[in-house]
Structure formats: structure tokens, C-alpha cells
Design a protein around this ligand. Structure first.
Ligand SMILES: Nc1nc2c(ncn2[C@@H]2O[C@H](COP(=O)(O)OP(=O)(O)OP(=O)(O)O)[C@@H](O)[C@H]2O)c(=O)[nH]1
Ligand SMILES: [Mg+2]
Length: 280
């Protein structure tokens, strides 16, 4: 059977559930999920194969970066547009519980410029009455040409199979980009760094989490099957150190323990994580 493939960009506001969907599609954690905003900052690829079809999903940073101008945010914006430009289909994800038509419309105007097929995916339908979104669909249909409207709950695995079935109708004859057992373009070091970033997002607040750079300085599979990982938390400003460490080092302990727990879960083995705060 000839190989077929399709590239799909998942875009939408921060916290819509884009990363949750990619993880569900892939069946493993390739992208971290957090209640806080701006969790995903790099482009993350998740791959699902169905028979001779390869679906390549791009998990993107939230839409709030789309017009960013400051230096760090500009890089994130490039990641977002890169995914949109590379893809054949755009899945525009909306949190059904937080619908703002004006915002949706503004984003659709931007997306329409690139002239690709757009699917609108209403996520978190577990939180709402389905009938509530009908007037929104009607409004969108009046102003834009949308290929499909879908309702899903990424968290509860609702509507995802139906979504896959529809996407499979759009595959094109194309050589697969990833081998059969590859589920992401990211390596173990990236994922383990992301676990620590997620933990930092959880325990530290405001701008601080976005000003810490995580670097791996050691990754070892021990003979007994355990994982030994060393990471540095690089900071630009020394005054952050005190906050990250916390009273008697309690904060960093919590950060380390949560990240270590998540890594152990993802890799299904005991993990020994070491963290050190260093100024750049
Ligand atoms: N109730 C409910 N919660 C969901 C659903 N999907 C995702 N969430 C939650 O929504 C929050 C945000 O999910 P993420 O997947 O991190 O959102 P994101 O769109 O990737 O956010 P950014 O990376 O910041 O752009 C998390 O707390 C998820 O558990 C869903 O279907 N139902
Ligand atoms: Mg995300």
C-alpha cells in the first residue's frame, strides 16, 4: 500500500487544550500540560499512524504570541507561524467554556490570509451544554468558510476518534516523514527539561517561570534501570535565586519532587533528579 500523510497544525488561545489533544492522539506525554497560560513555547510534533496513513500534528504556542514583538516572544511567534505554514490543515481549537466571538473572528481573519482548510474544534465540551455553541457556529459560518466544526473533550477522550476519521479523508500520497515507531521529533532530554519547566510553572508565579532557562547537564540510564538526570536552572538575574530556592530550600525541593514524579511516570522507572540554580 502506498504511504500517505497529512500535516495538521493545532492552534488556538493559550489553555484551550492543544497539548492535551496531542498527548491523547499520540498516547504518551510529548507535550506538557498546565492550568497556567503559555505552557507550550516550542513547536512540538506528535505523530499518529493509522494503517498506511501518517498524521503529523504540530502542537503550537498559544495564539496570544501571534503578534508579539519582544525578543523571546518573537521566537515563539515564529514557531507558531512555522507550524501554520507547514501544515495542510489548521485545527483551530476553542475552549467551549470561554467563547469570545470577537476574538475568534480576529484570529480567523489572520488565519484566512494563508488560505488553508480550517477545522474549528470546540474542546472541553464536558464542561458545557452542547446547544450553547450552536449560535456561535452559525455566526462563524456567516462570516467565514470553515471546512468542519467538531466537538471534543481532549481530556475525556470524547469525539477524538470521529475527528481522526474525518482527518484521514484528507491524507495525500506522500512518503512518511517519521518511522513507524516514532511518536515525536523531541528527544528524552527535551521532555525531561519540559517536566521541570512545568513544575516551575506550577510552583513559581508571574514572570519568573518565563525567565528561567533549563539545561540538561547529565542523563544516564543506571544499571538497575533507574534514571539519573542533572539539570541546571539558569537565571539572568541573581535575585531570582532566593525565590527559586525558597525558605530553607523548600521551594526547589518541591519543584524537584514534582518534576521527578512526572519523569518517573513518563519513563516508567524510578528517577533521581538533581537541580542546581546558576546565574548566566
Ligand atoms: N475539562 C476539561 N479540561 C481540559 C480539556 N482539555 C484540556 N483541559 C485542561 O485545560 C488546561 C490547559 O490544557 P493545555 O493542553 O495545557 O492547553 P494548551 O492549549 O496547550 O495551552 P498553551 O500551551 O498555554 O497554549 C489543562 O488544565 C487541561 O487539563 C477538556 O476536554 N476538558
Ligand atoms: Mg500547550
Amino acid at each position: 500500500m502506498s504511504q500517505k500523510a497529512l500535516k495538521i497544525a493545532i492552534v488556538g488561545k493559550t489553555n484551550a487544550g492543544k497539548s492535551t489533544l496531542v498527548n491523547k492522539l499520540v498516547g504518551e506525554t510529548v507535550s506538557i500540560i498546565n492550568k497556567k497560560i503559555n505552557t507550550t513555547q516550542e513547536l512540538i510534533i506528535g505523530v499518529t499512524n493509522v494503517n498506511n496513513n501518517q498524521l503529523i500534528f504540530y502542537d503550537t504556542p498559544g495564539f496570544n504570541f501571534i503578534k508579539s514583538t519582544n525578543k523571546i516572544q518573537k521566537k515563539i511567534k515564529i514557531n507558531l507561524w512555522q507550524a501554520i505554514n507547514e501544515s495542510e490543515i489548521i485545527l483551530f481549537m476553542i475552549d467551549s467554556n470561554k467563547i469570545n466571538y470577537r476574538e475568534i473572528s480576529n484570529h480567523l481573519v489572520l488565519l484566512k490570509k494563508i488560505n488553508k482548510k480550517i477545522f474549528i474544534v470546540f474542546n472541553k465540551i464536558d464542561l458545557i451544554e452542547k446547544n450553547n455553541i450552536l449560535p456561535v457556529i452559525k455566526k462563524i459560518n456567516q462570516d467565514f468558510s470553515i471546512e468542519h466544526f467538531l466537538n471534543i473533550s481532549a481530556k475525556n477522550n470524547l469525539g477524538i476518534n470521529n475527528m481522526l476519521k474525518i482527518l484521514l479523508k484528507y491524507v495525500k500520497n506522500k512518503k512518511w516523514l517519521f518511522s513507524k515507531d516514532e511518536i515525536t521529533d523531541k528527544d528524552n532530554i527535551f521532555i525531561t527539561n519540559e517536566c521541570t519547566r512545568n513544575s516551575i510553572l506550577y510552583f513559581l508565579h508571574k514572570e519568573l517561570p518565563y525567565n528561567i532557562n533549563i539545561k540538561n547537564i547529565g542523563f544516564k540510564n543506571l544499571k538497575n534501570g533507574d534514571l539519573k538526570i542533572k539539570q541546571t536552572l539558569q537565571i539572568g538575574n541573581l535575585r531570582y535565586k532566593k525565590i527559586i530556592l525558597g525558605k530553607k530550600g523548600e521551594k526547589i525541593k518541591k519543584i524537584r519532587e514534582l518534576s521527578q514524579k512526572q519523569i518517573s511516570k513518563i519513563f516508567n522507572c524510578k528517577t533521581h533528579l538533581y537541580l542546581e540554580v546558576v546565574s548566566q
